[in-house]
Write a protein that binds this ligand. Sequence first.
Ligand code: ZN
Length: 420
Amino acid sequence: MTATKPAVTVNGVTYRWPSQPVAVVCIDGGDPAYLRQFLADGAVPNIARFIRQGFSTVADGTMPSFTCPNNMSIITGTPASRHGISGNYYLDTATGQPVVMTGPELLRGDTIISRFAEAGARVVSITAKDKLRRQLGKNLDVSRGNVSFSSEFAHRCTLAENGIENVLEFVGMPQPDMYSMELSLFVLEAGVRLLEKARPDLLFLSLTDYVQHKYAPNESEARRFYAELDARFGRLADLGAIVALTADHGMNDKSDAQGNPNVIWLQDILDAAFGKGDAKVICPITDAFVAHHGALGGFVRVWCRGRATPRQIIDVIRRLDGIEAVLDRETVCRDYDLPPDREGDVAVISRADVCIGASAADHDLSGLAGHRLRTHGGVSEAKVPIIINRPLNDEYRLKAGVTTLKSYQVFDFALNGTAQ
Ligand SMILES: [Zn+2]
């Protein structure tokens, strides 16, 4: 038996030193509906076993239900009001320009893995898309056997930047395409190999939602993807890891009966109401790879740039069909635990079957190529699974029984809540 090392406190939460490897997996776009379908089908036997022998629940993800805010919540163990990453983009009011929020300097507080690494643990962070890598790897010293890379740039990893090199040979897979399920499978395959060869203490493995944007739970491509994921979750567990599965957000179909996206073009509506450019709509789902969703999501922010006041803008938006909520800055920050300095003047959340865009002319929907639009961002996509392949100890079973978990508690539950 190894000597127990002291616990590590990160952003006010104290985490027990892992007595065996702990692998937290973020299934990007892993809506609970996929698991319901595939558990019923028998397509995910390892996940079924985890649920039977361990712990499972449906938790509240971080709002807005986008990738960056939720990955940062999971890796820091805090809500967005603490870590500051409330979207992929926000508007810099000093310059009037949208700013991408993926830089580590914008992330407030520490990551759980960097603090464990400082305390002497061996840690691994692997993400599908490179946009998450630098924030997840904030202050992580990769010179001491720690690893941080993305499968997007697996072919160009260096020891100096990523703590690992020759990754394609190591993993035994070719460089995956950006729009492929292999981009996610590569993350898990690399995690399995590292667990076999280096036995790190903590792993964070973050996938991409390309498949879920494209395929509904009843489609065979989605089933095949989950079966492939499930096989690798089984291998992580077989190697002795505590495996904790969660998601950054869910996914909903937002097309009409004819297959056309149900879009509220909010910039066009506000331009017509108040004059062009008076209010600025920012779609915080936007990133460099939007072919599968056209930068359309269930949550946008509006900044007042001219004469229209937040109250006037809210009055226009609340009359639109398809809106679930339209809130001023103070209310959305209070209700959804968001950082006020990065919030717009008005936040707009759409209904489950509707999405919101800026100006129709600025969104390229050609990448949908005949597929129905499936996307996320709203409250209706903020429910996510938490599944751990170990039963909870008494204290955490009680905790889980009295309140709906937050997905940012997944490291807490995996490290402190399992019977080790
Ligand atoms: Zn995502």
